[in-house]
Design a protein around this ligand. Structure first.
Ligand code: C2E
Ligand code: MG
Ligand code: MG
Ligand code: MG
Length: 280
């Protein structure tokens, strides 16, 4: 009996693995074509200064609307793209598009919005990464000091010494660095202290339970005070409720982004959002 059910479990498990694999192959091949077919685009989520509610910048977030597979979230396709070289094409596409879009928006509205772009591991460790960055900034005439790259702590921990060198080179070009999803990885504080960056991004998982769980409030407080001690700024992600914004403001977190303010917007929607906010 036991043997029998064991075999059944294995069969179900294998089937799931096979389906998962099939889907990842579809996503991977679909992505290559999607870039050519203009199915991939960039949306922008506003970032808010908690002191006065003004829009200070945006985070570029990649979107894929597939004719064949429907909408696919970056949480699904980025990890798949990371396993092949297609992530490099996506990374370049997002950087190019975002620099052009936000550069244009800043000129049209006479603004100085910051742009944050997520960088994947493969992109970051690519030997030509810095060269590409310089080239793209020059081509678009985008001021380096308005660009911030978001790296995850796990990326930096893959090789802290080398990451530190690359990060220093990025900073010396005037480009900002922020540590994304902070608190969800396994970086030691000793390494964190040695890493050159400007901003800590408090992960949504901690923001979510502000007002619900005492220990998550304690974690937010601790991250803000840690950042403060290290002379860094903080931005909270996934802010959905006024109560969360109030708590973060009270703890002197600098910036916030989340559905309370806005979802990620198409570039023309973003322009309307910024125009309206700066007029009032
Ligand atoms: P992330 O960089 O931590 O981005 C924040 C994610 O939280 C985004 O999901 C955003 O839409 C979502 N979010 C923002 N505010 C709220 C909120 O108030 N409530 C909730 N529930 N969610 C909120 P998205 O766009 O699905 O992206 C997921 C992840 O995919 C990103 O996490 C990032 O790691 C990756 N990603 C997105 N775009 C890119 C890209 O262009 N390049 C790379 N390498 N990774 C990207
Ligand atoms: Mg991010
Ligand atoms: Mg994040
Ligand atoms: Mg996150």
């Amino acid at each position: 009996q036991a043997k029998h059910s064991g075999r059944e479990t294995t069969a179900v498990f294998d089937e799931q693995l096979a389906l998962q694999y099939e889907r990842s192959v579809m996503v991977d091949t679909g992505l290559r074509q999607a870039l050519q077919d203009d199915e991939v685009y960039v949306a922008y989520q506003p970032q808010i200064d908690l002191r006065d509610g003004s829009v200070v910048g945006v985070e570029a977030l990649v979107r894929w609307h597939s004719a064949k597979l429907g909408r696919i979230t970056p949480s699904e396709f980025i990890p798949i793209a990371e396993r092949s070289q297609v992530i490099e094409s996506i990374g370049l596409f997002v950087l190019n598009t975002a620099l052009r879009d936000i550069g244009r928006l800043n000129r049209r509205l006479n603004q100085q919005l910051h742009l944050s772009v997520n960088v994947s591991s493969r992109q970051f460790w690519h030997s030509q990464f810095l060269l590409h960055l310089h080239h793209q900034l020059n081509t678009e005439g985008f001021p380096a000091n308005l660009l911030t790259l978001e790296l995850t702590e796990s990326l930096a921990m893959e090789n802290p010494e080398r990451a530190s060198l690359v990060m220093r080179a990025i900073q010396s070009a005037g480009i900002g660095l922020s540590i994304d999803d902070f608190g969800t990885g396994y970086s030691s504080l000793a390494y964190l202290k040695a890493l050159p960056f400007d901003t800590l991004k408090i992960d949504r998982s901690f923001v979510k339970d502000i007002g619900v769980k005492d220990d998550d409030e304690a974690i937010c407080k601790a991250v803000i005070s840690l950042a403060d001690t290290l002379g860094k700024r903080t931005i909270a992600e996934g802010v959905e409720l006024q109560q969360q914004a109030d708590f973060l403001t009270q703890q002197q977190c600098h910036f916030a982004q989340g559905f309370l303010y806005s979802q990620a917007l198409a570039i023309d929607e973003l322009e309307a959002f910024v125009a309206e906010r700066t007029a009032s």
